[in-house]
Each structure stands twice: as structure tokens, then as C-alpha cells.
Design a protein around this ligand. Structure first.
Ligand code: UDP
Ligand code: MN
Length: 324
């Protein structure tokens, strides 16, 4: 059969016209899009759910933000007297690194020296802590000699008093805060600072490894201090170690004369301050009614320098430019 070009063209034309007409008829026809819509609405629903979840998360984080901000917590002023000796830097590094874990803390370091030393200045500058650096030299007649037993003279008295003076000159009654006297050689649990923070006037707790005992502690009955577990001079007004109490800034500012007595009889230094601030019945027991030890009156052994001294005699002592 002979295919005529004309016929092919006519068929092609007809097929095209029919196709075009069908396409035009389809336009505007309602289509069955339910499947498509359903999956879209599922998607929107899922997005809504996610949005609600995110909104709840934002609310939760905002609520958490409303919990006391570090700035809202009362400042803990830690007062540390310190003096130059071989272990000084080691003690201060250890203490500063404990204090770095405590929120809203202000470290008042008072050197027992005629001037601020480079060692302490640099250590504080690099500590990352908020600090105040003071100095006052203990009067010669009150300074303990190498040969004196360690209990003969109270240590760090003028230094702690200078820190109290600084607080009285630089803080106001309206400023919140708690003051704690932390010697440079003790060991402090971080839990102690949580206890200190809620002090209303004067709070107390046990101290480990002190007074010739495993611990000394206030005795508590029905939430009140009724006496003290101590073996040494139990008749002292407040037979407690320096590390075993904290006082609010307000109480110290309201009692501007309260201070440590440089002349205080041995063991009576803590009492010399506390007597003018509080009565035993008013003491606030912390650390689970004074049953938990959170601070230890550790003392660092004096390092032996026998070899160093021998080498020094031969002019071969260690490089003095290397700080220890
Ligand atoms: N301290 C001081 N000057 C001194 C001796 C001690 O400033 O001449 C400081 C010392 O660095 C510490 C506090 O006073 O922070 C208590 O001293 P120490 O630890 O020697 O007393 P102890 O533990 O024997 O009661
Ligand atoms: Mn000590």
C-alpha cells in the first residue's frame, strides 16, 4: 500500500487536534487531590507539634533562667591571710582552684608583708577569680619565730582585721553577702560553700582534723546549738576553729567594732570576734545539723631543703629566677 504524505499529515493533524482538545477539557476539571492534601496536612500537623515542643522548650529554659542567677546569689567573701614561705604558691594555687568552682565569690587575700609581693600579685591576676589584694605586716612583737611552737602566737590576725576594715569601707549595709575566713592551708569541700551561702547571721559546722581530735563540732538538739564537742579548753566562749563558722556581711557592718583581738589568749581568737556578734543559741547549724565534715584543718609539712642548702654553700643552688 502506498502511503500518501498527505494522508500522514491529515492523521497527524487530527491526532494533534484531538490531543489538544482533551488537554483543554481537562483544564478546570476538579482533580482528585485528596491524597496530596492529606500528606500536606500531615506535614503541617507534624510541624505544629514540633513548634509546640520548641515553645515548651523555650518556656522551660526561661523558667530555668529565672532560678537564682549567680549574680543574685549572696556574694561569699573569702578572707585568706597568707605569708611568704616555700609552700606558699602551692597552697594558694590549690585554694584558688577550689574557689574557682564557687559561684559569686570574692577572694580577699591579705599578705603578711610590708609590701604586696610579685608572687601573690601575679597569682591573683592569673587566677580567674574576683579578688582584692591587701597587705599588712604583723608587728614584730607578735610574729612567731621559727623556734616558737606553732600555738604560741595567733597567726593572720591583723590580716583578717584589715580585710574586715576593707569590707566596712567598701561595702554597704544594703549589700548582701557572707564572710568566711579561709586559711591558705586548709582543705575545703565545695559543698561547704553551699552551706555558707544561706547564712542568716552566724552559721557553724564541724571542722575535721583539729584540736587533737578527728573533728570538732557544735552539738545540735532540735535544730539549735547546745554545746560543742571539743577536748581542748572546752570552756572557751566559742570553742571553734576559724574554719568552722561564717558571718553575714550585714552583721559585720552593723557591728563596726567587732574584730579579732591580737592580744587574745591562746585559743580565744575566734571567740574574740564572735562574742561581740552572736550568742550560742543564735548560731545556725549547717552541714546536716553539724554531722558532716566539709572542711579539714590540714597543715602542710615544711619541705626539707638539706640538699638545696648544701648546694647553695658550694655556690650551686637552684636557679632563683624559677618560681616555686
Ligand atoms: N599566716 C600569716 N602570717 C604568719 C603565719 C600564718 O598570715 O606569720 C596565715 C597563714 O598563711 C594561714 C593563717 O594565717 O592562712 C593561719 O596560719 P597557720 O595555717 O600557720 O595556722 P594553724 O593552721 O597552725 O592554726
Ligand atoms: Mn593552718
Amino acid at each position: 500500500m502506498k502511503v500518501k504524505l498527505k494522508n500522514v499529515f491529515v492523521i497527524y493533524f487530527l491526532v494533534s487536534v484531538i490531543g489538544l482538545m482533551y488537554a483543554l477539557l481537562q483544564l478546570g476539571q476538579p482533580c482528585d487531590c485528596t491524597q496530596h492534601l492529606k500528606s500536606t496536612s500531615d506535614l503541617i500537623h507534624a510541624k505544629d507539634k514540633k513548634l509546640v515542643q520548641l515553645q515548651n522548650e523555650v518556656k522551660r529554659l526561661q523558667a530555668r533562667g529565672k532560678a537564682p542567677e549567680p549574680q543574685m546569689l549572696p556574694v561569699i567573701y573569702v578572707i585568706t591571710p597568707t605569708y611568704a614561705r616555700l609552700v606558699q604558691k602551692a597552697e594558694l594555687v590549690r585554694l584558688s582552684q577550689t574557689l574557682l568552682h564557687v559561684k559569686n565569690l570574692h577572694w580577699i587575700v591579705v599578705e603578711d608583708s610590708a609590701t604586696k609581693t610579685q608572687l601573690v600579685s601575679e597569682l591573683l591576676a592569673q587566677s580567674g577569680l574576683r579578688f582584692t589584694h591587701l597587705h599588712v605586716e604583723t608587728p614584730k612583737e607578735h610574729k612567731r619565730k621559727e623556734s616558737d611552737p606553732n600555738w604560741l602566737k595567733p597567726r593572720g590576725v591583723e590580716q583578717r582585721n584589715l580585710a574586715l576594715q576593707w569590707l566596712r569601707e567598701n561595702r554597704q549595709l544594703s549589700d548582701g553577702g557572707v564572710v568566711y575566713f579561709a586559711d591558705d592551708d586548709n582543705t575545703y569541700s565545695l559543698h561547704l560553700f553551699d552551706e555558707i551561702r544561706s547564712t542568716k547571721r552566724v552559721s557553724v559546722w564541724p571542722v575535721g582534723l583539729v584540736g587533737g581530735l578527728r573533728f570538732e563540732r557544735p552539738l545540735v538538739e532540735h535544730g539549735k546549738v547546745i554545746g560543742f564537742y571539743t577536748a581542748w579548753k572546752p570552756n572557751r566562749p566559742f570553742p571553734m576553729d576559724m574554719a568552722g563558722f561564717a558571718v553575714t556581711l550585714q552583721l559585720l557592718l552593723a557591728n563596726r567594732e567587732a574584730r579579732f583581738d591580737l592580744q587574745a589568749e591562746r585559743g580565744y581568737l575566734e571567740s574574740s570576734l564572735l562574742q561581740s556578734l552572736v550568742s550560742i543559741e543564735e548560731l545556725e547549724p549547717k552541714a546536716e545539723n553539724c554531722t558532716k565534715v566539709m572542711v579539714w584543718h590540714t597543715r602542710t609539712e615544711k619541705p626539707k631543703m638539706k640538699q638545696e642548702e648544701q648546694l647553695q654553700k658550694q655556690g650551686l643552688g637552684s636557679d632563683p629566677s624559677i618560681e616555686v
